[in-house]
Design a protein around this ligand. Sequence first.
Ligand code: BGN
Length: 279
Amino acid sequence: PINCSLWNSSNPVKIPLCPIISPFLVGVKTPVVDLSIEWEDVFAKYDVVRCNGHLKPSSCQARQKVALIVPFRDRYGHLKVFLNHIHPFLMRQQLDYKIYLIDLDDDILFNKGLLLNVGFLESGKEYDYDCYIFHDVDLLPENDHNLYRCSDQPRHMSVAVDKFNYKLPYVSIFGGVSAMTKDQILFVNGFSNQFSGWGGEDDDMFNRLKFHNMTLMRSMDDVSTYKMLKHKQSHPNPKRFKLIKTGMERVKQDGVKNLQYEILKRNEFPLYTYIKITI
Ligand code: BGN
């Protein structure tokens, strides 16, 4: 068995860097949406993912250390399907990665931007990640040439989603799946913490990137295709338009830099780490 306490220490034996393109990629692999699959079966299938969902290739040194940050509230049906799909997908890419689920106190209206900020801060405390991928739990990548790594500019990855007929729904979209490095996140002060309820936090991030003269990159639409799991439409936040309009006045004070929260629960599961917070 793997000794998890040794995980963070550098490998004493020098192993070569993994190839730029993993030899294990298979291209299109249609996600299997089996909502009736048992948790035990998912756990057993990916027994290799130990150390609380942290995995890295054994034969080579991964090129990037990636934290997958998933905002979460009570969607265990989706989570099972997501984990069943995403672990083998990420393994084939030879990444050094870990999945974090970030949940908010049940009494507080869901706030995705805030949870993404918490995910960035908490994961960064335990490992020196190169890349943070913000990921909706209902999006399943269909092609493993869609590489889960960061670039020298922030990158939007869920470019072609089946629900939107595999087309970008609007030109400034940044929601769904996106990848940013630590420096890129700190440069724009992360996401706004003000968007309670559904919608807008990603549009505000788009404005933050523009405000800081960053270039938004997009993954190539032929490989960054996604299947979206079906769910009930959440209630949009009626205040989101006003918040977006005034967002850039708050950039300095509203973000990761002075976010206050308290951890209610932290559970290390074999396939992911679960963190529940309150504010
Ligand atoms: C947009 C939402 C995004 C969401 C996408 C895709 C808003 C703000 C309106 C000014 N933006 O409409 O947050 O990611 O849809 O679902 O609602």
